[in-house]
Design a protein around this ligand. Structure first.
Ligand SMILES: [Zn+2]
Length: 455
């Protein structure tokens, strides 16, 4: 095979793990990156984020961004700091959420950098320069890259603005899925179907697991709230600020308004999640038909009596003095930073309280230790015994589960030549690889870090 006429794809992150997405696609005259995410292992700021990029950032012409999660955007300001001055493309909502996310994460990064005595990963000016290079392209709008190569964003249904990037060249399509949504979502449109990909680079966060059904996830949430009220404790929900928080507010709003659960104080204790919720409120055109109809009929789906947004620190501190029962939604979603930690310090040792885990917990995070049954966790150098009930609820995941990932691949199995399974822990990625091979008879691999393929 003549490699001269081929595209070269190299996996520089997001392989064998769920964070650090970073893929390089090279044509003869152009270098394109897809995503430039933060590695988020044991700590928010993994040591690998500081290492030089394995390519020269000033050689990169274009960066495509699939969505605004930090494991897909978190190293963009560093890329700019290290010399990138090309164009960044994303959907409009992805840019809007990324702007607040990259500025917000500076706060957490600087705290960790101070603690470790290391320089800051990037400065505010690097983030601002990245925003100045960033152009927005709506879904389904073709971008001409060179004479042969075009790209288009397709709705991934994962979070607001999330997209797959589909490259077309000489009639062949290469699709980077980014993260794929757990459709149907109460808010977002379904993941667009792909029927004609030649190469698929697919996420596998839940490659080896299936979620609870939508009905049972609401039952688990309802029971968690009712039991906490009965016992007079606090229900803590460490939640990712983008999508998970808005879906939770939507579901709690439904439970309260339909009288299924009694009205108790609910605190959204995350300045970042509050800002993102405001962006969601402005973007109802991106929602699915059902959600749009509910909003147009006059229901503010992110608001109900007893819901308090505690944006400033003073209001956040007051939550501690509010009597139980109460529900506290706060970041970070894996309890590896953010305001949830102070609530966990106060309530984890209380057998009447509960911690509801609603998202993926990366290995090494405090959330993962609690999920795995730790009897004690270390928070801010304090040993905190875990006596609260720990409830696992993965049905609120914004990722496709194993069966749905397989269905997604199956749609394009007539044309696909090779599937690259990324963004999953090894067990999960390899399980999906095997399933794709066995059930669909399609060539699939889990690439290694730094591995290249010619497409
Ligand atoms: Zn994501």
């Amino acid at each position: 095979m003549n490699k001269e006429n081929k595209l070269k794809l190299t996996f520089y992150g997001g392989v064998g793990e769920v964070t650090g997405a970073n893929y390089l696609l090279e044509d003869k005259d152009i270098k394109i990156l897809v995503d430039c995410g933060l590695f988020q292992g044991g700590s928010f700021d993994d040591i690998r984020n500081r290492e030089p990029f394995p390519y020269n950032p000033s050689d990169i012409d274009i960066l495509f961004v699939t969505h605004a999660h930090l494991d897909h955007i978190g190293r963009i300001p560093k890329l700019v700091k290290d010399g990138f001055s090309g164009v960044i493309y994303s959907t409009p909502s992805t840019k809007e959420i990324s702007e607040i996310s990259l500025i917000d994460s500076l706060g957490i990064l600087s705290k960790e950098a101070k603690k470790k005595g290391v320089p800051l990963l990037y400065e505010k000016k690097d983030a601002l320069k990245a925003f100045s290079l960033w152009k927005t392209i709506p879904y389904k709008t073709s971008i001409k890259i060179n004479n042969e190569l075009n790209a288009v964003f397709k709705d991934a249904g994962h979070i607001l603005g999330s997209a797959m990037v589909e490259f077309s060249r000489k009639g062949e399509k290469i699709v980077f899925t980014g993260d794929l949504g757990n459709s149907p979502s109460p808010l977002l449109k379904d993941t667009e179907k792909i029927y004609d990909a030649y190469y698929l680079i697919i996420e596998s966060v839940y490659g080896d697991k299936n979620h609870e059904s939508a009905e049972s996830r609401i039952d688990i949430l309802k029971n968690a709230i009712e039991n906490t009220i009965k016992k007079g404790g606090a229900l803590l929900i460490p939640a990712f600020s983008i999508e998970r928080t808005q879906v939770l507010l939507y579901e709690i709003n439904n439970l309260v308004e339909s009288g299924v659960i009694p009205s108790v104080p609910v605190f959204l204790d995350s300045p970042f999640a509050i800002k993102v919720t405001k962006i969601y409120k402005d973007k109802i055109n991106n929602f699915n038909k059902g959600a749009r109809e509910e909003i147009n009929s006059g229901d503010d789906i992110f608001d109900f009596p007893q819901l308090k947004f505690t944006e400033n620190h003073k209001d956040s501190l007051k939550i501690a003095n509010m009597p139980n029962p109460k529900i506290i939604i706060a970041g970070s979603g894996m309890s590896n930073g953010g305001r949830i930690l102070s609530h966990e310090k106060r309530h984890l040792s209380d057998p009447n309280s509960a911690l509801l885990i609603v998202g993926f917990q990366a290995s090494g995070s405090i959330g993962r230790m609690i999920q795995d049954g730790a009897k004690e966790v270390l928070i801010d150098n304090e040993h905190i015994p875990v006596r609260a009930s720990i409830i696992n609820l993965q049905g609120f995941s914004s990722h496709k589960d194993s069966d749905n990932l397989l269905d997604f691949v199956s749609d394009t199995s007539n044309t696909v030549k090779k599937v690259f399974v990324v963004m999953g822990e090894p067990k999960s990625a390899l399980f999906l690889v095997q399933k794709i091979r066995d059930c669909l008879n399609v060539n699939a691999i889990a690439p290694n870090l730094g591995e290249s393929s010619f497409l």
